[in-house]
Design a binder for this molecule. Structure first.
Ligand code: NAD
Ligand code: MG
Length: 396
């Protein structure tokens, strides 16, 4: 039986890579639905080539345009967030690739979880902003969660089966695990004099040395808030305690992360910096399928180096680590503030270094609240965004 797949965020970097892997295995996967926000041109190309049953645009006007363009195709075009949610939860779907960027992915990803799907999680912001609620929903509804973020996919591959399943509920120490070692390249500004950070442009921030990714995550990699979000993501996915995660800068991005065991063994996953590898792992699990990525050639490989993340260069990383242990209110607020700040930076309204300042100020202005429902976290997300917008006005 073929796996029926919905791709949320099909026009993005992860979405396109998912389509590329699936295209190599037409006997194993069937494309049920693709979704995007407003990018009609790329959706037309995708639908003509991959012939999904449903094509959904979150933007309803974009959906109308797509419908006219695809009138000759046997593909149902739908519009609006409700339709994105519907194709994530449809009873005919086996697997959902959650690859919308940012908080916009929360409700569709949650819908897939609540429908008990195999959920391939790329959309880290959804987990960061909902944490315990997300993991509880996975357990309650019997969803199968597989991490696609390359670091978490690497860690997953280095874990024993009884920690992999059910994910997020094992006791790491009892499984003989000392620490999760989360690696990150340090982004494009790793060696720049710190005094020059404030003048960096969006184009420079998006020019990642190793990975080709969407704009938002590229900026997050430059501030290393991406590693901070991944730290929070790791905490939830692997049920880590505070002393069980360590961040390491590893500029070559060859080791995608590691697990250190109490007997002195360290298990690492290595590979090319190409998202088709973790995507193929998630699609094929527990089998291995070809991804189109070449194995590493160790004779061509240069040095592998490691260093700590400098606090003065990456203030966003510490903000995220502190928020992780402060509580859900802090991680939801930080994620929201960052989305607003990064969007303002990409529009050249604020300097690069203001991203961390805005995130910090938003956290300062909010106080701890208990979050026990999705409604409460969306309310807090909205409030944090409003404060972040005020801060953007003050800076710009
Ligand atoms: P991208 O910007 O390339 O694509 C984002 C996708 O989300 C697009 O299809 C877009 O149409 C859709 N989208 C955006 N706003 C939307 C909205 N309001 N409603 C519905 N759909 C919306 O992003 P990406 O780089 O593919 O990243 C996607 C997710 O995967 C992010 O959460 C990112 O952190 C994560 N991720 C990406 C990579 C990578 O290599 N690109 C690696 C690890 C994790
Ligand atoms: Mg990553």
């Amino acid at each position: 039986m073929k796996q029926r797949v919905t791709i949320l965020g099909a026009t993005g970097s992860i979405g396109q890579n998912t389509l590329a892997v699936m295209a190599n295995h037409p006997d194993q996967f069937e494309l049920f639905a693709v979704t995007a926000n407003g990018n009609v041109a790329d959706m037309i190309t995708i639908c003509r080539r991959f012939k999904p049953r449903y094509a959904v645009m979150a933007d309803k006007q974009a959906a109308q345009r797509l419908q006219q363009e695809l009138a000759d195709l046997n593909c149902e075009v739908l519009g609006g967030e409700e339709a994105v949610i519907a194709v994530a939860a449809d009873a005919q779907v086996d697997t959902v690739m959650a690859a919308i960027v940012g908080a916009a992915g929360l409700l569709p990803t949650m819908a897939a979880v609540k429908a008990g799907k195999r959920v391939l999680l790329a959309n880290k912001e959804a987990l960061v902003m909902s944490g315990q609620l997300f993991m509880d929903a996975v357990a309650k509804h019997g969803a199968e969660l597989l991490p696609i973020d390359s670091e978490h996919n690497a860690i997953y591959q280095c874990l024993p089966l009884d920690v992999q399943q059910p994910l997020g509920h094992a006791d790491l120490a009892a499984a003989g695990i000392h620490q999760i070692l989360l690696t990150g390249s340090g982004g494009p500004f790793r060696e720049l004099p710190i005094a020059q950070l404030a003048q960096q442009t969006p184009a420079a921030a998006c020019n990642h040395p190793n990975w080709s990714m969407g704009q938002k995550i590229s900026v997050d990699s430059a501030t290393m808030l991406n590693k901070g979000l991944e730290y929070i993501e790791a905490r939830w996915l692997f049920n880590c305690k505070k002393d069980q995660i360590q961040v390491l800068v590893h500029p070559q991005s060859v080791i995608h992360s590691m697990v250190s065991y109490i007997d002195g063994s360290v298990i690492a996953q290595l590979g090319q910096p190409d998202m088709r590898t973790p995507i193929a792992y998630g699609l094929g699990y527990p089998k291995r399928i070809e991804s189109g990525v070449q194995a590493l050639d160790f004779l061509q490989l240069g040095e592998l180096t490691f260093m700590p993340a400098e606090a003065a260069r990456y203030p966003c990383l510490q903000l995220a680590i502190d928020a992780c242990w402060e509580g859900q209110w802090a991680t939801t607020s930080l994620n929201a503030a960052n989305e607003i700040a990064v969007a303002a930076f990409l529009q050249e309204r604020i300097p690069f270094t203001a991203i961390a300042e805005i995130c910090d100020r938003v956290l300062q202005q909010l106080s701890a609240v208990e979050i026990t429902t999705v409604e409460a976290l969306i309310e807090l997300d909205t409030k944090a965004r409003a404060i972040a917008r005020q801060q953007v006005e003050q800076v710009s």
